[in-house]
Design a protein around this ligand. Sequence first.
Ligand SMILES: NC(=O)c1ccc[n+]([C@@H]2O[C@H](COP(=O)([O-])OP(=O)(O)OC[C@H]3O[C@@H](n4cnc5c(N)ncnc54)[C@H](OP(=O)(O)O)[C@@H]3O)[C@@H](O)[C@H]2O)c1
Length: 267
Amino acid sequence: MKIAFIGGGNMARAIIGGLVASKTDAEIAVKDPNACKREALTRDFGASCHEEASDWISKADLVVLAVKPQVMQKCLQEVGPFIDDAATVLSIAAAVPVDSIVKWTGKTHVVRCLPNTPAMAGCGFSGLFAGPLADENDKARAQCVMQSVGRVLWVEDEDKLHVVTGGPGSGPAYVFLFMEALSAALEKSGMSKDQAHELALSTVQGAAALARQSGEDFAKLRENVTSKGGTTAKAIEAFEAGGLRDLVGKAVEACMARSREMSKLFG
Ligand SMILES: NC(=O)c1ccc[n+]([C@@H]2O[C@H](COP(=O)([O-])OP(=O)(O)OC[C@H]3O[C@@H](n4cnc5c(N)ncnc54)[C@H](OP(=O)(O)O)[C@@H]3O)[C@@H](O)[C@H]2O)c1
């Protein structure tokens, strides 16, 4: 499959790295204004890189739109005319609705994707939404690309991408905040900064690995490590008394509300 990336920044680099590592038969070309990024993508992944849009884009079966939302419309004025009508257009831009991509490219085979930063470590999560005229071939191409950097979930309603934003989209930051707080508490109790960092990291990594391996629901896993009257029970009591569940609910609501507000800017 011939894939053209429009934008060769952090997220494009992560996806290209995933594609190369998963040994798909992808032939990768990239458009980016920055010479250093172009050189690095050629050196590290053998991508053919370009400063300008031209006929090379029209050869692509799949065009990945990986520029910031604010520059998307302007970028598509330049790039849109080169995209083949049969090509799949996969936009990874946050907050830009499918309808806007269809309008700005003049193309119909549009899929929208909401990836997250763990994609950069090969364990991302992407919400995918197929535009009204995207077909099974478009979906297969988009899924093949995003699966190279993690798990995928198709949503049947574009609004659900806001829910994905409230979960795995912004969620890594929630977990980092918890890790910061845990690490600070451990440091305060006598661990060095490095030790506290490692303990917090191992806690989250181990818990996630166990949850994945066991397939148990989270409440059961929590109960399994919480003996009545024991140490963990005391910590859980403190979290419950502080209203952790309610707080997480409010944080997710606030995130989704902001996501909906932002998408109106590009709708
Ligand atoms: N990073 C994330 O966590 C994340 C998560 C979900 C979704 N996304 C989405 O992924 C997209 C890319 O994000 P990113 O973090 O990879 O941003 P980024 O690192 O800034 O990459 C965007 C790249 O596009 C280049 N560019 C700007 N105008 C262009 C044009 N007309 N043609 C071609 N390339 C152009 C930029 O060059 P200059 O820097 O020189 O302008 C930059 O190298 C965004 O829409 C974002 O919403 C990102």
